[in-house]
Design a protein around this ligand. Structure first.
Ligand code: NAD
Ligand code: DAU
Length: 351
């Protein structure tokens, strides 16, 4: 079947994996990547597929409602996969406004444009909103986030994502817009901007720089390989039930300090350094304000209803990830050569 799909935020980390998957797997689909190219957007992530006949890039700020409406008028989309967002919790603490603009107002503009474009009938149409497990807040030692867990966002980032999730559901209930939402745990893998924990630690070990561990390093995250998330998005875009939300997770909980120590061992081996060299770089720094203690996802709904499951072996995913950053040194150096230095000094300079 031929389809015209708008994928927002396709030049970012997860979006680039989703674009690559859709462009390669569905040659009959026209895939339009709309991205503002913020510091986190990088067309180099898509260099291998950017001349594919079924792929188009459009530079677009989703906060600009005329630009968003213009895209719908130009292409006549029948599906939207919405990933564009400001995505880093630490930046949302130092500069929250951009998060409300892109994550809330940007989502509003897309919902309104889809509703207007599909006013003659919703048959065959879908607005798929990609969200985060952070909307559920923070867990104690036990339990998991399910689709019925009450929203309790605690950072400006998660509050803005929660706001966008609520609007997507409101547009479904009030206007009948066909929607699917997924809430996913922490992703890792190639092409992630090195402001996030795993690529930051890999990059710092490579440069023998301190490894900043927030607080005592006891916070827990549930890590999922990015291609598993892209596979879940593919499954949900095609088979998710309209009006439903689905949790996506790796069933793979790690205390930050244990994960960092594991990365240190892998990096010592890969860089032929004596075991224990990288661990000496660990530096406990001031905690993130409002730092959520634990995230853990129950993804049994997606697994049982739609047959998706993650790669079972974290060690394999992590090795692949480390190998990618080490063999894509030019990518990493270019990414950290821009505003990253100023950001890094501002974030870590006084901790
Ligand atoms: P990212 O920061 O790597 O990429 C975001 C992309 O959105 C960039 O290409 C950026 O240029 C683009 N963008 C930002 N503002 C824009 C605007 N106003 N208009 C158009 N484009 C804009 O983010 P990511 O980690 O790939 O996350 C993608 C989505 O998945 C986000 O919605 C995020 O909330 C969600 N998510 C991320 C994770 C994770 O672990 N990274 C987990 C669960 C959900
Ligand atoms: O759970 C899904 C979310 O995961 C996504 O919605 C977000 O977009 C994504 O950024 C991620 O949020 P986190 O805040 O969990 O990811 P981050 O990589 O920033 O941090 C992971 C953990 O590591 C967290 O407990 C904070 C800690 N940390 C992070 C950095 C950058 C450190 O200890 N030191 C650091 O330098």
């Amino acid at each position: 079947m031929n389809r015209k799909i708008l994928i927002t935020g396709g030049a970012g980390f997860i979006g680039s994996h989703v674009i690559r998957r859709f462009v390669g797997k569905y040659p009959g689909y026209q895939v339009v990547n709309a991205d503002k190219l913020t510091y986190a957007g990088n067309l180099e992530n898509l260099a291998d597929i950017d001349s594919s006949p079924n792929y188009v890039f459009e530079k677009c700020d989703i906060v600009d409602k005329q630009a968003v409406a213009g895209l719908f008028a130009k292409y006549g989309f029948d599906g939207v996969i919405h990933l564009a967002a400001e995505s880093h919790v630490d930046r949302s603490i130092t500069a929250p406004d951009e998060f409300v603009l892109t994550n809330v107002v940007g989502t509003l503009n897309l919902l309104n444009a889809a509703r207007e474009a599909w006013k003659d009938g919703y048959e065959g149409k879908l607005f798929y909103h990609v969200s985060t497990d952070e909307v559920y807040g923070s867990l104690g030692a036990d339990g998991f986030f399910t689709e019925d867990t009450a929203y309790d966002p605690r950072s400006p980032y998660s509050a803005s994502k929660a706001g966008s999730d609520h609007m997507v559901m409101a547009w479904h209930h009030t206007f009948g817009l066909p929607v699917v939402i997924s809430n996913c745990s922490n992703n890792y893998g190639p092409n992630q901007f090195p402001e996030k924990l795993i690529p930051l630690v890999i990059n710092n070990i490579k440069h023998s720089a301190p490894l900043p561990v927030y607080g005592k390093g006891e916070n827990i995250r549930d890590w999922l390989y990015v291609e598993d998330h892209a596979a879940a998005i593919d499954t949900l875009f095609h088979h998710g039930k309209s009006g439903e939300t689905y949790n996506v997770g790796g069933n793979n909980e790690w205390k930050n300090i244990d994960l960092i120590r594991l990365l240190c061992r892998i990096m010592d081996r890969k860089l032929n350094r004596t075991e224990g060299t990288s661990e000496k770089l660990i530096s406990f720094v001031k905690d993130r304000p409002g730092h959520d203690m634990r995230y853990a996802i129950d993804s049994s709904k997606l697994q049982k209803e739609l047959g998706w499951s993650p790669i079972p072996d974290f060690a394999v995913g992590l090795e692949k990830t480390v190998d990618w950053y080490l063999s894509n040194a030019a990518w990493l150096e270019r990414v950290i050569s821009g505003e990253y230095g100023q950001y890094y000094d501002m974030m870590y300079g006084n901790r």
